[in-house]
Design a binder for this molecule. Structure first.
Ligand code: HEM
Length: 130
């Protein structure tokens, strides 16, 4: 389950775009000149789909080793709650998969609505039957 969880976090990161950073000096990144003192938004979710790091990145592969994903950010501001979030997800998924073996979507997958938000990507609701 731990391996699958890392791949799920990589494949569809709940926090696709980090909070604002500010440049402290001018720099050139990917051919773009960025002056000093301006806000910069980085997208860990995009890094999680980098084909140079994760081969065939648009493929969900629950056997993939993706533990170096950036879904919890990176560096000094890496998510403080990552161990709690991981534990919660592992416990919830474990219970769902063992107690609700017949769990399935109650609506066609294409009818699911994603929240229109920059932070904390997720579904409006997930109707299921079991
Ligand atoms: C699946 C669930 C979660 C995900 C995907 C997630 C993701 C993230 C990410 C990407 C950042 C870094 C943002 C940035 O660099 O700008 C972050 C920061 C943070 N997260 Fe989470 N988080 C989750 C759950 C939690 C939980 C459960 C807690 C608290 C119990 C928490 C507390 C924090 C705090 C305090 C920070 C700020 C750390 C800092 O600025 O030094 N997170 N989180």
């Amino acid at each position: 389950l731990g391996t699958a969880l890392d791949e799920l976090l990589r494949f569809d990161s709940p926090v696709g775009i980090a909070t604002f950073r500010y440049t402290t000096e001018p720099l050139t990144l990917g051919g773009t000149d960025i002056p000093s003192g301006v806000p910069v938004l980085i997208a860990p979710g995009a890094a999680n789909r980098d084909p140079a790091h994760f081969p065939d990145p648009d493929q969900l592969d629950l056997d993939r080793t993706a533990k170096d994903h950036l879904a919890f950010g990176h560096g000094i501001h890496r998510c403080l709650g990552a161990p709690v979030a991981r534990a919660e997800a592992e416990i919830a998924l474990d219970i769902l998969l063992t107690r609700c073996g017949r769990l399935r979507l109650a609506v066609p997958a294409e009818d699911l609505q994603w929240r229109r938000t920059r932070l904390m990507r997720g579904l409006e609701s997930l109707p299921v039957v079991f």
